[in-house]
Design a protein around this ligand. Structure first.
Ligand SMILES: Cc1cc2nc3c(=O)[nH]c(=O)nc-3n(C[C@H](O)[C@H](O)[C@H](O)COP(=O)(O)OP(=O)(O)OC[C@H]3O[C@@H](n4cnc5c(N)ncnc54)[C@H](O)[C@@H]3O)c2cc1C
Length: 391
């Protein structure tokens, strides 16, 4: 899964190239904006400090969680869905209209899903029997206390390991675009991005550095209350019989996405989960999984917040999550292939930071853990000029 093909050192950034748009950060938010800019006939330079993508955009589940968004984010998510599918067609990256399953293991969980179904309609939220869900998960009959669930057909699956590298590769092949790897941005002002390889000039500058906004623009990050959210993740061998590319969410997921939390039964669900799954609540768990194209499963996750992200992974957190997934799938144990920590920008003040920092300079960070879901929708809104500064 190496992305070494992309570790091309940036040319002298000072080369006298002027772009319509300069983007700081080659994560999904930056590259979706670059893709959208090129699609609209604009020239783009992307400046990335690392030699290949290693940020939040390659560490996640690759679940475009469309249906469980709410309000303005729901509109952005549906727009993003169309953008992902278009970009997948252009670049050949792996993306599937695979949907998501939400497994209910209590009547309260099932009620939240029924309420969402009543709100959105049964084309968008398709209720499923326990037997059908067990069959999809490959779980033994009668296992796991599954009482039913729902299938959300509009959700997408993408491969987080290859989506961003594929987009970067595609961009680097376009006459209108260039990606400068290994080039750190040290300052930004109207019309110019200062980098460790010299200035890069452009009419419009978009700063898409996720949680690292506080390294470049600490006041903007502080105004929005940006914290680093750390997540414990693992990749495991899929048990025999597991047979879906759809994301698989659980009751703890229903406490994390506003489409679910806006339902009346989300309040009793929180109380019930606090009472019955206190250990999971204590680590901010969202017990969920996705399958990679090689058949292995990405499983997680936990949520811990702070201004700085300590590097150490608590084995008890990892064990609790993996045991929860094993329990869901009805197997005794799961073979772990990899573990890692993901970090994304988070804020209690709102799911998005969109801030105009100077004329022609805008910062964009998704501060709610759904940047894969929203990226292409945000990019379209940016170039339509329909995204207002939120701070
Ligand atoms: C474990 C985990 C699971 C997740 N699961 C999902 C999911 O299933 N669905 C979903 O929608 N979202 C998910 N998310 C959230 C999603 O991954 C993020 O919201 C999204 O990837 C953020 O994209 P980004 O481009 O802003 O950040 P990043 O991918 O972190 O990219 C920012 C880039 O900016 C670069 N950069 C920073 N500072 C500078 C500088 N000074 N100069 C040059 N370059 C710089 C960094 O090197 C980095 O490459 C998850 C996140 C994690 C961590």
């Amino acid at each position: 899964m190496s992305t070494a093909a992309h570790t091309v050192p940036g040319p002298s950034a000072g080369a006298a190239v002027h772009s319509d748009v300069v983007i700081v950060g080659a994560g999904i938010v930056g590259l979706a904006h670059a893709y959208e800019a090129v699609s609209r006939g604009l020239s783009v330079t992307v400046v990335e400090r690392d030699g290949e993508p290693v940020g939040a955009s390659v560490r996640n589940f690759g679940h475009c969680c469309i249906t469980a968004q709410h309000g303005e984010l729901l509109d952005i998510a549906y727009r993003s869905r169309a953008g992902w599918l278009r970009a997948a067609e252009s670049t050949g990256m792996w993306a599937r209209e695979a949907g998501a399953y939400v497994v209910a293991r209590s009547v309260t969980e099932l009620t939240v899903l029924e309420e969402l179904c009543a709100e959105r309609g049964d084309d968008v939220v398709r209720m499923r029997t326990a037997g059908r869900l067990r069959n999809t998960l490959g779980a033994p009959a009668g296992h796991g206390g599954i009482v039913g669930g729902a299938f959300l057909p509009d959700d997408l699956r993408v491969n987080p390991r290859t989506a961003v590298p594929a987009l970067a590769q595609w961009l680097s092949e376009q006459p209108l675009a260039r990606v400068l790897w290994g080039t750190s941005v040290i300052g930004v002002e109207t019309g110019v991005v200062h980098t460790t390889r010299g200035p890069v000039r452009g009419d419009r500058i978009l700063v898409c550095v996720g949680h690292d906004l506080d390294r470049l623009f600490p006041e903007a990050a502080e105004d929005h209350g940006i914290l680093r959210c750390r997540l414990t993740m693992a990749r495991v061998v899929a048990p025999d019989g597991f047979r879906t590319d759809a994301a698989v969410l659980t009751g703890t997921s229903m406490l994390r996405y506003d489409g679910f939390t806006a339902q009346p039964s989300a309040i009793p669900l929180r109380d019930e989960t606090e009472a019955h799954s206190k250990e999971l609540m204590d680590i901010g768990a969202n017990v969920m999984l996705t399958r990679l194209p090689d058949g292995s499963l990405i499983v997680g996750d936990s949520h811990h917040y702070g201004t700085t992200a300590p590097p150490f992974l608590d084995e008890r957190v990892s064990t609790l999550l993996i045991e929860s997934i094993a329990d869901l799938l009805g197997v005794e144990r799961l073979e772990v292939v990899e573990r890692w920590q993901g970090v994304y920008a988070s804020s209690a003040r709102g799911p998005l930071l969109v801030r105009d920092l100077a004329p022609g300079v805008r910062a964009l960070s998704v501060t709610s853990g759904v940047g894969m879901t929203l990226s292409f929708g945000l990019a379209a809104a940016t170039f339509d000029e329909s995204l207002r500064s939120t701070v």
